[in-house]
Every structure is written in C-alpha cells, then in structure tokens.
Design a protein around this ligand. Structure first.
Ligand code: PLP
Length: 476
C-alpha cells in the first residue's frame, strides 16, 4: 500500500509534473493573496478521517485544488513581498530527486556524494563572499534562524572556552550581543535558545539611514564591559527584512577587531548581491566576518528552505557541535571527511544542498548575475515609478526594496491609512505588499522585488492598484 503499483506510480508522476507545469504557466492568473477561511479549510479536511483510504488521484486533486486556492502565491510576479522566491526549475527537480533517493545527511558515509556536494557548494559560495581558499567552512541549515542560532553558539564557544561544557552559567558575566532595531528577531530567539535570555541583546543606535552607528557600538561595548557585562558578538545586517538597510560592515569589522568581538554578517537576503557586479560593493567588509548567514531560498530562488552558515574558523563548528555516538556509522573513519551531524545542529537531515548545486550548475554564476541584475533594475524602476506617482520613499537602500508613504495626503503617514491601502491591494488579488514599522516606529508600505519573473508591466499593476487603494481609503 505504501509503494503504489507501477501503473499507479506512472500516472501519479505524470499528474504531478503536469500540475507543476500548469502552475508555472498560469500562476499569473491566480489572485496573489488567498481569502482567509479557516472554517472552510477545516471542513474540507474533516472527511479525511483516514478510516477509508482515497485513491492517489483523489488525494492529489484535493491537494492541488487547495494549494491553488489557499496560499499566497509567492511565485506570482506581483508578489512584492517578504523574501520568498519563485523557485528555480532546477531547484524543484532537485527537491524531487532528494526526496526520491531519500539521502540521509547525518553521517558522511551514508551519502558521500551528497555530503561532498554540500561541501562543494559551501566552498564555492564562501569564496565568493571573499573568504580565502582554505579558510572556508560552513553548513547547510534549515534557514536563517538556524544559521543565526549557529552564529551565536559558535561565537559563544569561541569567546568562552567553558561554554560548551559548562554552559551559560559558567560565564564571567551576562554575555551581550549587539544588534540594531532593524536586525532580525531570530537573534532574540537564538539568545533564548542559547540560555542567555533575550536581554542579552543590546540595541545599538543607528544613523539617519537606520544603519548601525559604529562609534556608538564601540562606546556601548566599552561601557558594558566597564559595567561587568561580557560583550562577545556583533551582528551587521546586510539587507534588513523591513527596509533593506545595509549596515556598514567594514566599519563594524574594525570595531569588532578592536573590541575582540565575533563579527557576524546576517546577509540572509542581501548576500546574493555578491553575485552581481553592480551590487557587490554594497557588501564591502563581509569578507571580514567571522561568520555569515545566507539563505539560498531567498535571493538564489531555490525552493523552501536552504539556509547557509559560513565561517572562516575551520575548527569552530566541530568545537561547537562534535559529539560521538557508538550507533552512528563509522565506515568513513580515517578518511579526510566530516560527518554533518558532528559539524552542525541537525542530526538526520535531508539533502538541502542539491537544489543549490543544480540551480548553480545550470544557471552558472552568469545566469545568477543576470537574474539578480534584472531584479535590481526592477527595483530601481519601481522606486522611480513610486516617486512619479507621489509616493515618498522613506528607506535608503541600494537593494530592490521600497518603503513608502503617501505624500499627497495629510494622513499619508498614518498606520490607519497605510493599513487600509495595503488591505485594499491584497483584496484586489492583483498584488501583495505589507506594512512594517521602521526606525522610530514609522509605519510604511513595503514592496520588494523577490521574483526574477517580475517585469515593468507588473510594476504598473502595482502602481495602478495603489492608486485605486489611495483614492478609496477612508479619511483624507
Ligand atoms: C529571512 C531572514 C532571517 C530568517 O531566516 P529564515 O530562513 O526565515 O529562518 C534572518 N535574518 C534576515 C536578515 C532575514 O532576511
């Protein structure tokens, strides 16, 4: 029953591939955002009590119908959303193969080729970030959350030799890590998960463009140290989630060197700028980071999820994660290899690296440079069109992400108005945008180019939809 008959399997594969092809070809016709209907979804699920099995066709038909109807179509070219991509075709093929072959990435000897593919991809991208040959290490992760958690753990392990065995209570004082208001909240979770508590996070002031102020960082670190705290880590975000802000990595690296802090670059989204000639200078200083977070499931457009953690300290992952277990396979003992389970957070793990490997193998660096360059151009065009239509851009970033308010209305900066505009855009089904609060709690509309298929006409759709929403919003 678990292995379907050969005929049934062939029919199933055909159906699945046809479905995927139809999705790619016609996703533009779907409303971008779904209606939110928990009762409807639950009543559709209720008949699946698993007492009476259904046919594969019925199960797949039910699934496909609901995926179409009940999800935000991040593959839609008018999804101007969070950093979720339209997945690269080779990435989808890779996910399918990885599931079919069911590669197990805990012990190297169970999946030697898969483990080496991941190592190869880590090396290739690590060198792109500017780490010297021979000083690149890293691991695939579930996502940026795990990569940032790994960064905090490796920083603690390096800074406080007692941490791995004795834990946080053995530390000389409250350890502190430095972020800005715009940093990702994964660090708050990581601080909790590491037993430091969210209060270990210190928020460093920013300049007018919301970038971390390096001299404020230095002052705060010195003050904290004088007050008995134990500063150990600073995080530069290279492309913040709300506003695409890029912290000054080189200047932060200087302070980190002087103050002996681990310097982590959270480039979960923005890191892909390294592959585009025009944008590369934006990341200057990233090569000095002790560790880097990069999510291939964002700007490299591979399917969910593929986080990456890079470090130039080639011994630190072992120091942080190495354990040995008698039941784990030992066939590879004596070979020059690393067991992923002793080199990263997860134990049993799927073959995350294949979708990056196959996407890169087929597109090449050049294909990615072109895709990212195109999205960059669309970002510039979007900002231009917004300004021409009397929207005021309120974030300063070289990346294709616009935060904007309405300069034609008295209430054009109010949360109420902006929420109303966003709600109307979503309800139209024609586009998706959001309403973050940036800096000093300033609400704004946010539109980010996340899809390599987005074209000028999709920007026009957004502009038209915004115009309609602005006209129909309550108040004045
Ligand atoms: C997306 C993001 C994260 C979190 O990554 P996940 O893959 O969602 O876990 C962390 N930091 C930044 C800057 C991000 O953009």
């Amino acid at each position: 029953m678990l292995l379907l008959e050969k005929d049934a399997r062939e029919k199933l594969w055909r159906k699945v591939t046809e479905t995927l092809e139809t999705y790619v070809e016609t996703v533009t016709k779907a409303p971008v955002a779904p209606k939110l209907d928990p009762e409807g979804i639950r009543s559709g699920l209720a008949p699946f009590d698993f007492e009476k099995p259904v046919t594969p066709e019925a199960a797949i038909d039910y699934t496909v119908r609901n995926l179409w109807e009940h999800q935000l179509h991040v593959s839609h070219p008018s999804y101007f959303g969070m950093f979720n991509p339209s997945p690269a075709t080779m990435g989808i093929a890779a996910e399918t193969l990885a599931a079919g072959f069911n590669s197990q990435l805990a012990a190297w000897s169970h999946s030697p080729w898969a483990a080496e593919v991941e190592r190869h991809v880590i090396q290739a991208l690590g060198r792109k970030f500017g780490y010297p040959e021979g000083s690149v290490d890293g691991t695939l992760c579930s996502g940026g959350m795990e990569a940032n958690h790994t960064a905090v753990l490796t920083a603690l392990t390096r800074h406080f030799p007692a941490f791995a065995e004795e834990g946080a209570r053995a530390l000389p004082g409250q350890p502190t890590l430095y972020v800005t208001r715009e940093s990702h909240d994964t660090f708050k979770k990581a601080a909790r998960l590491c037993g430091l508590g969210a209060k270990a996070m210190v928020t460093v002031p920013t300049d007018n463009d919301l970038r971390m102020d390096p001299s404020a960082l230095q002052n705060r670190v010195q003050q904290d140290r004088a007050d008995g705290f134990a500063p150990f880590l600073v995080v530069a975000t290279l492309g913040t989630t709300s506003a695409g802000i890029v912290d000054p990595a080189a200047a932060i690296a200087d302070v980190a060197a002087k103050e002996k802090l681990w310097f982590h670059a959270d480039a979960a989204w923005g890191g892909a700028a390294i592959l585009c000639d025009e944008l590369r200078p934006v990341l200057e200083g990233i090569e000095r980071a002790d560790s880097i977070t990069f999510d291939a499931h964002k700007w490299l457009s591979v399917p969910m999820t593929a986080g990456m953690y890079f470090t130039r300290h080639t011994d630190i992952l072992e120091k942080t994660f190495c354990v040995t277990q008698s039941y784990m396979p030992r066939e590879a003992e004596g070979l020059d290899i690393r067991d992923p389970y002793a080199h990263s957070m997860q134990w049993s793990r799927r073959f995350l690296g294949l979708k990056i490997f196959l996407s890169l193998a087929v597109a090449g660096w050049e294909g990615y440079a072109e895709a990212i360059g195109h999205m960059n151009q669309m970002g510039k065009l979007l900002k231009k069109k917004l300004e021409e239509n009397d929207w005021e851009i309120v974030n300063r970033t070289p990346l294709p992400l616009a935060c904007f308010v309405d300069r034609t209305r008295k209430d054009g900066r109010s949360a109420e108005f902006l929420e109303a505009v966003s709600a109307r855009v979503l309800a139209s089904g024609k586009a998706w945008i959001s309403v973050p609060h940036i800096g000093d709690n300033q609400p704004c509309l946010r539109a980010c180019i996340t899809n390599y298929r987005t074209q000028p006409q999709d920007l026009d759709t957004l502009i038209t939809t915004l115009e309609d929403a602005r006209k129909n919003a309550p108040g004045s």
